[in-house]
Design a protein around this ligand. Structure first.
Ligand code: NAD
Length: 288
């Protein structure tokens, strides 16, 4: 018994990519070419996969993509200088600072030194604060991907019971903020919820469930409410496979919609990075 609709990211992605491509074309007609820069400190084999996927997506929409790789011995002071130069360079519209950074660098200080108008990952206090207040700004990409997938089902979010598992600054908290702005009833769970054995209760109550914990098999299929929308943002490499946090096969028997892993949230994230680059350029062009 298969049941629920599989909510593939590719349908939402295709529409988004076409919209971004059009926007880039229009910007180019005005003599503006968006440029996205990535900055890496040291050589992290895992980030190579992200870099090549970002480069491909940038090419797909016509955004220029460049990367800088600094030595793993780069000091914090030098890194902050490089970020300051990028902040001041009018030809660079978006900056991604690849994580993880070497242990001797304070990652928060480095991220928070990015100009808010170039902060395409939406990680600075300024952009997160604007999100908190419901003001326009650059919003973390995974959170946008999750909300787009939920909205693609046509569901009315007003007053809906939504459970979010995971409360990180980059996924759980921003997605909860976006859903609250849609006037949903949002419950945010975290590791301590799990430790107290309260996760099942909150999952059973959820008409919409968002999971971003990075804990394979965390959500049991039988916990899912009949007819729920299930968004699994978890990504964990297990042997040679990528798996999510929800028991997909069992959950699908009860859910109305469920995202696959891979092929769900993950494939949308780089597209939103490009959207944020376009938004960043438009923000830079606008008078404050
Ligand atoms: P994180 O480690 O910063 O935060 C994990 C969150 O999950 C924390 O709030 C923690 O309390 C909670 N958590 C962990 N184990 C739990 C458990 N057993 N029960 C309940 N809560 C638990 O991680 P993150 O950066 O937010 O990423 C979360 C997951 O989402 C990871 O699998 C990551 O790979 C994935 N992710 C996916 C994308 C994407 O594009 N699809 C982007 C970013 C992160």
């Amino acid at each position: 018994m298969e049941r629920g609709n599989v909510l593939y990211g590719k349908i939402v992605r295709e529409k988004l990519i076409n919209e971004i491509r059009e926007e880039v074309k229009n910007l180019r007609k005005q003599g503006k070419s968006p440029l996205l820069m990535t900055l890496e400190v040291g050589d992290n084999p895992a980030s190579k996969v992200y870099l090549s996927s970002q480069r491909r997506t940038a090419e797909e929409v016509g955004i220029n993509y460049e990367s800088i790789q600094l030595s793993s011995e780069t000091t914090q002071e030098r890194l902050l200088n490089v970020i300051r130069d990028i902040n001041q360079d009018p030809y660079i519209n978006g900056l991604i600072l690849h994580m993880p950074l070497p242990g001797h660098i304070n990652a928060k200080i480095a991220q928070w030194s990015i100009d808010k108008k170039k902060d395409v990952e939406g990680v600075t206090p300024s952009n997160l604060g604007q999100l908190f207040l419901g003001m326009p700004g650059l919003i973390p990409c995974t959170a946008q991907s999750i909300v787009a997938l939920i909205k693609s089902t046509g569901v009315d979010l007003k007053g809906k019971e939504i459970t979010v598992i995971g409360h990180s600054d980059i996924v759980g908290k921003p997605v909860a903020m976006l859903l609250m702005q849609q006037e949903a009833t949002v419950t945010v769970c975290q590791y301590e919820t799990f430790k107290r054995g309260m996760l099942e209760k909150h999952v059973r109550n959820a008409e919409i469930l968002v999971v971003a914990a990075g804990y394979p098999g965390l959500v049991k299929g039988e916990w899912i409410k009949e007819g729920a929308i299930v968004i699994d943002a978890g990504i964990t490499a297990v042997e040679d496979k990528i798996v999510g946090d929800v028991d997909f096969k069992e959950a699908r028997k009860r859910a109305a919609y469920i995202t696959p892993v891979p092929g769900g949230v993950g494939i949308l994230t780089t597209a939103y990075l490009m959207k944020n680059t376009v938004e960043a350029l438009k923000w830079q062009l606008a008078a404050d």
